[in-house]
Design a protein around this ligand. Structure first.
Ligand SMILES: [Zn+2]
Length: 150
């Protein structure tokens, strides 16, 4: 009766902590429909959450507000402070992906990690502070679909 429910096959991909060498472009097919929120550092290390994981994480952490340095007013993309993020995750109720995100924050080469909202189509034109440029610059190296921000 239900056709086209093959989307579940993507779940296993989403569950993986994807690590890949710098500069290696991720095929767009691997960016499944269910991917909702990507955490990335300046090295291109990345943790991708599906919609449910992203929603729970944001609910458990108060929208990551306490760790947010700068954020797009129109979507969930933001710049997070690593130390504050690690603290926030430590204080928050357990989340299945929290350890991966904490590891990302701990290993990040800079003081910031970058969150990209993969579900909201947003050009971030209203995001106008230095964090926006830093965010776009960092993710430009990571994503094969760089944000349209200049
Ligand atoms: Zn945005």
């Amino acid at each position: 009766m239900e056709e086209g429910s093959g989307g579940f096959a993507n779940r296993s991909l989403v569950m993986l902590l994807r690590r890949r060498p710098m500069g290696a472009a991720l095929p767009s097919t691997a960016m499944g429909l269910q991917d909702a929120l990507a955490f990335a550092d300046d090295d291109g290390e990345e943790v991708v959450l599906d919609a449910e994981e992203a929603d729970t994480l944001l609910a458990l952490t108060g929208g990551l507000d306490a760790a947010t340095v700068s954020a797009c007013p129109q979507c969930r993309s933001r710049v997070l402070a690593c130390v504050a993020l690690a603290d926030l995750l430590e204080d928050a109720p357990p989340h299945p992906r929290a350890n991966e995100i904490r590891a990302l924050a701990d290993d990040a080469p800079t003081l910031h990690v970058y969150v990209q909202d993969l579900k909201t189509e947003c050009t971030h034109t209203k995001w106008r502070d230095p964090g926006a440029a830093e965010w776009a610059d960092a993710l430009d190296d990571v994503l094969d679909d760089p944000p349209a921000l200049r």
